[in-house]
Design a protein around this ligand. Structure first.
Ligand code: NI
Length: 158
């Protein structure tokens, strides 16, 4: 890792390794599997792609001290992929612009499992954990939807 990078750019680089693989995975998902879910209370394939697309804003909003922006749920996987592409750009640009002073400040975030206060950069690292968790689920969805060829779990070219 290039230690000349700002804290934000180090986080963005790691996030994009996962995000590029997620985008390649999402490209493989069949539209016919959009509403499929592995058990009754699980997110559907479409809901899982949507969830992955917008949730970086949960963490970005905590850093910026504002309300979360939740886009409307797409009606097709094709639309979900377009939303994923759009928000990957928006979130990537936003994350890369955070300066080290801001990311060293104590920041509070409330997640479904509890409330945490920690430096902003630690909150940004949680985006990567969240992404890796759900991307792993989506790989299993793809297998169960009989997608034969899947990408590697991270993009090594990032
Ligand atoms: Ni989640």
């Amino acid at each position: 890792v290039n230690t000349e990078l700002t804290l934000a750019k180090q986080v963005v680089r790691r996030w994009k390794m996962h995000r590029h693989a997620l985008t390649a995975l999402a490209d493989k998902l069949p539209e016919s599997g959009a509403s499929w879910r592995p058990w009754p209370e699980a997110m559907s394939t479409l809901e899982l792609v949507y969830h992955l697309a917008w949730t970086p804003d949960v963490f970005i909003a905590a850093i910026e001290g504002r309300e979360r922006r939740i886009p409307p749920i797409p009606s097709t996987l094709q639309e979900a992929r377009a939303l994923l592409a759009q928000l990957t750009k928006e979130h990537g640009d936003k994350l890369a612009g955070f300066d080290d002073t801001l990311l060293r400040k104590q920041t509070t975030i409330t997640l479904s499992a509890g409330t945490i206060t920690e430096p902003g950069v630690e909150i940004l690292h949680r985006i990567i954990g969240h992404e890796a968790h759900h991307k792993g689920q989506l790989f299993t969805y793809a297998r169960l939807l009989n997608v034969a060829e899947l990408p590697f779990y991270v993009d090594l070219s990032v």
